[in-house]
Ligand binder design. Structure first.
Ligand code: ADP
Ligand code: MG
Length: 435
């Protein structure tokens, strides 16, 4: 096991001091930096990487402090692909942080960045939602998001092209979708694996109002009625369909592709002021960026995680047990859920700019070029469905979720994946972007 892997495991065990001591030795001996102190900063949004700040006696590239990070997505180490990806986005003219240095040796793969003190968009949005001082107004934040959406939407149109299926199929972005559903991506028939299996299959699900938890076998086969809207699919059907439709080998051939960041959720965006004092956003953490992202997958992560994952239920679930009123009941083979989550004004504005400046023009152009697959809506819906369900375990008691956040989360996932018999905010989104 490499020193970096050991340090990461120590952090997971809460042994922060020991991990920091190990990193100090690593920085001095392997990176040959005059490192005097290591501060590790484990945080709620960074699920798979370890990062922190190195203080230096002798500056490196003019910096007396460096931000370091290394990344592990379960057993697959993404190494320093992020380094090349940041160059790709920078060369395309998109705003992105590029590392000052990167080490590529196996087991020693680490990236060094200039230390940022700017807030992340996620933190500013959350402060705004809670009525706290955020350093930026809601209007500034929405304008900054709109400016980025305009730039990204333009870049998608400019880079939209077709590629033989192998190319988009090989993009690391699938790590966030299909590869979380299966163990063996090359198996002939899809079998539940990955996070789907480890999070949900065979487990129990506690929701507010239920006398006893539902087993996966029960839950997976129930149809949902959420706030009076009856949905077409069961959870089991959605995962099964996702396993087929999101498989890279099922991409159209040739496939419409674009260049993009791919994982631009708002904890991967800085918000800062330009020299004129206007708010603007910059990407970081481009580990899943690519030049041939499947065009329908490129904007899924930001669409879900900057809009539907808030306020608070996904990442700050312990705070919503009192805030959301929820109730679940199984009646006549249907899971009836009532919850009072809805998009707030800030997130609704984000959705509006994403529709206008990214999704609508992109889908219109894909269609104009005769490249829009007939099942595009299912593809987009299932990819959105995978965002909350596979980013972390939504089961109450398993990780950070509780019965309230669990039922809210799974209801929102259901709304993403399935069309209801009455309009909801997701079907409105689909109607708005339909070319
Ligand atoms: N250059 C930087 N300076 C200071 N902090 C940073 C810098 N880059 C990232 N961070 C902090 O580290 C966290 C994790 O970094 P990120 O690159 O998003 O890795 P991950 O792969 O874990 O998502 C960020 O959310 C941010 O708080
Ligand atoms: Mg990140």
């Amino acid at each position: 096991m490499s020193q970096l892997a050991i340090a990461r495991d120590l952090v997971k065990l809460g042994r922060i001091q020991e991990a920091a001591a190990l990193m100090l030795t690593f920085a001095r001996q392997v990176l040959e930096l005059d490192c005097t102190e290591v501060k590790l900063t484990p945080d709620g949004y960074s699920l798979n990487s370890l990062n922190g700040i190195l203080s230096l006696g002798t500056p490196f590239e003019g910096q007396t402090k460096l931000f370091f990070k290394y990344h592990q997505e379960e057993d697959e180490s993404k190494g320093v692909a992020e380094y090349y990806n940041s160059k790709l986005l920078e060369d395309a003219g998109l705003p992105v942080d590029v590392p000052l240095a990167a080490r590529h040796n196996p087991g020693e793969q680490i990236l060094l960045y200039r230390v940022r003190t700017d807030p992340r968009l996620a933190d500013v949005c959350r402060a705004i939602e809670h009525g706290q001082a955020a350093g930026f107004t809601a209007e500034e934040t929405i304008q900054a998001q709109r400016d980025l959406d305009i730039a990204v939407g333009k870049k998608y149109l400019e880079t939209l092209t077709t590629a033989p299926r192998e190319k988009p199929a090989a993009e690391p972005l699938h790590q966030l979708f299909y590869l979380r559903l299966v163990d063996d991506p090359n198996a002939d028939a899809p079998v539940s694996g990955g996070r789907l299996k480890s999070f949900y299959v065979g487990k129990d699900f506690a929701f507010p109002g239920l006398e006893k938890p539902l087993s996966w076998a029960e839950l997976a086969n129930l149809r949902w009625c959420i706030n009076g809207v009856t949905y077409t699919h069961t959870l089991g059907e959605l995962f099964a369909e996702a396993m087929v439709l999101l498989a890279p080998r099922e991409l159209p051939d040739p496939c419409p592709v674009v260049l993009g960041h791919g994982d631009a959720h708002n904890a991967n965006l800085w918000i800062e002021r330009d020299s004129a004092g206007s708010a603007r956003l910059a990407f970081f953490d481009p580990a899943f960026a690519g030049a041939a992202l499947p065009a329908l997958l490129a904007e899924i992560k930001p669409t879900f995680h900057n809009i539907f994952a808030h306020p608070d239920w996904l990442y700050h679930s312990s705070e919503v047990t009192q805030r959301y009123q929820t109730r679940a009941e199984v009646r006549d083979g249907v899971l009836h859920v009532h919850h009072d989550w809805k998009l707030n004004a800030l997130r609704a504005e984000f959705l509006a700019t994403k529709v206008t400046h990214v999704w609508k023009p992109l889908l219109a152009e894909i269609k104009a070029q005769g490249l829009l697959p007939a099942d595009w809506e299912r593809y987009i819906r299932l990819a959105l469905f995978c965002c909350p369900t596979l980013v972390m375990n939504l089961r109450a008691g398993a990780d950070r979720h509780n019965p309230v956040s669990s039922v809210v989360g799974l209801s929102i996932a259901m709304m993403c994946g399935s069309a209801g018999d009455t309009e909801d905010v997701m079907s409105q989104f689909i109607a708005d972007i339909t070319p």
